[in-house]
Write a protein that binds this ligand. Structure first.
Ligand code: PLZ
Length: 456
């Protein structure tokens, strides 16, 4: 047994001092020591963005074993939107864990699972009868949405898009676009997946203004002529692409696809795993263009950091899978369900939808101002607290991943957690916890600007 390097009992949550504080270099000596242990014990395939080891987190900060306090612009990849160790989540988890930790909902059920499904049925877009089923990870929710759509339609083809990300299991690797690092050497992949062009305004050949309608016509023509609509079970799309680079589809693209699906008996599935639960300044991002999906997949922000995911949608579609056809040992675990109810209540009580819009109003003008100063920023985009800049060789569209990584590393060294994204690795993305104090957010933007000034 190796002794824990830092056994101090630390309490996180919103009461942690909301400050950026560097007391060592990043990573500090204790983190370096732990990272050596990690390298010896953990498989190489699991990567690390920023090798500081965390002891507590809350509000807008992450505190490491060396006593550094970093500003969090990542939320553990859009998960702790309600803040890390959010009080209602912590209390609900503790209470539920003290009562019972597991029975398996398929063996002897419990109310928390039902309550989460009721909440999802009422919060997701669409004024019709809905049902839900709960799972553990985002990938598992996506897999189940495909199973349900196939059972409902009796068809097998699934349409996905360039730059899409849907997970790392075998079916979801097939649904995901990017080879490296997600798919390389891991095939063969599941069949009957068809990839279509994405309405990517910044890179649309005839200009951003034409992107939505032109891309929709193209995709609809390809589905009709190459696949045959009667073979298509589902169209699966992220209403704002996440790992693919925070691509907000050209206006009109999502509504046109959703209408086409409706007219042709195709199940329209919105993957809201990264965009859901207030993140984009709406409870779900489909709503920004008034799109009402048949099925919605959720995870990440649903439960304040506990592993939980869901498929929610039209009751007749959800009920198409036969009794016993959906499930799993842990899906909708009682502790995760308690956390979800705590997280959803927090979103409502603190008006985190409004907070996400407020964050956009603080960040977007600053990012646009930086785009005016630094020629490598080719595009500024996103909605709510899901914002990004795309980095290019000045004057054109050529992706510049090296500069992107250099800016991210400069932010890390200065105590700000930022993530990259994008098919070309040239997108810096910002996903602050929605409870981050304004001053901390503004300080993080100063650090970002300084990083651009130093690197470029
Ligand atoms: N669908 C839209 O964003 C997860 C992946 C991180 P899981 N995105 C973060 C990584 O490198 O593994 C995601 C998503 C969308 C599905 C998923 C998959 O969710 O909970 O990671 O399985």
């Amino acid at each position: 047994m190796t002794e824990a390097i830092d056994a101090r009992p630390l309490v996180g949550g919103p009461d942690l001092p909301q400050v950026r504080r560097l007391v060592t270099s990043i990573p500090g000596p204790r983190s370096v020591e732990l990272f050596a242990r990690r390298n010896a014990a953990v498989a190489r395939g699991v990567s690390t963005t920023l090798p500081v080891f965390v002891t507590a987190a809350g509000g807008g900060v992450v505190v490491d074993v060396d006593g550094n306090s970093l500003i969090d612009l990542g939320s553990g990849i859009a998960v702790v939107s309600v803040g890390n160790a959010a009080p209602r989540v912590v209390a609900a988890v503790a209470d539920q864990a003290a009562a019972f930790t597991h029975t398996c909902f398929m063996v002897t059920p419990y109310e928390g699972y039902v309550a989460v499904c009721e909440k999802l049925n009422s919060l997701t877009p669409g004024d019709f009868l809905k049902k839900s089923a709960l799972f553990n990870s985002g990938a598992e929710a996506v897999e189940n949405a495909v199973k349900i759509a196939r059972a409902f339609t009796g068809r097998s083809a699934v349409v996905v898009f360039d730059h899409a990300y849907h997970g790392r299991t075998n079916l979801t690797m097939a649904l995901t676009a990017k080879n490296m690092p997600y798919k390389h050497s891991f095939g063969p992949f599941a069949p009957e997946i068809y990839r279509m062009p994405m309405a990517y305004p910044f890179r649309w050949p005839t200009g951003a203004a034409n992107c939505g309608p032109e891309a929709a016509s193209l995709v609809i023509a390809e589905m009709t002529s190459q696949l045959g609509v009667d073979n298509i079970a589902a169209v699966l799309i992220e209403p704002i692409q996440g790992e693919g680079g925070f691509i907000v589809p050209g206006a009109g693209f999502l509504p046109a696809l959703s209408e086409f699906c409706k007219a042709n008996g195709i199940v329209f599935v919105a993957d809201e795993i990264q965009t859901g639960f207030a993140r984009t300044g709406a409870m779900f991002a489909s709503s920004h263009e008034g799109v009402v999906p048949d099925l919605v997949t959720t995870a990440k922000g649903i439960a304040g950091g506990l592993p939980l995911s869901a498929v929610t949608g039209r009751a007749d579609i959800m009920d198409a899978a036969h009794v016993g056809g959906l499930g799993g040992t842990y899906g909708g675990n009682p502790v995760a369900c308690a956390a979800a109810l705590g997280a959803i209540r927090t979103i409502e009580e603190l008006d985190l939808v409004g907070r996400a819009r407020h964050i956009e109003s603080l960040m977007l003008p600053r990012l646009q101002e930086m785009a005016g100063k630094f020629a490598c920023i080719g595009d500024v985009r996103g909605r709510g607290a899901m914002l990004a800049v795309e980095i290019v060789v000045p004057g054109g569209l050529e992706p510049d991943a090296a500069t992107t990584v250099a800016v991210a590393k400069a932010c890390h060294a200065a105590g700000v957690v930022v993530l990259t994204a994008g098919t070309y690795g040239n997108v810096l993305r910002f996903l602050p916890p929605l409870v981050i104090p304004d001053e901390l957010l503004l300080e993080a933007l100063d650090v970002l600007e300084e990083a651009f000034a130093t690197v470029t």
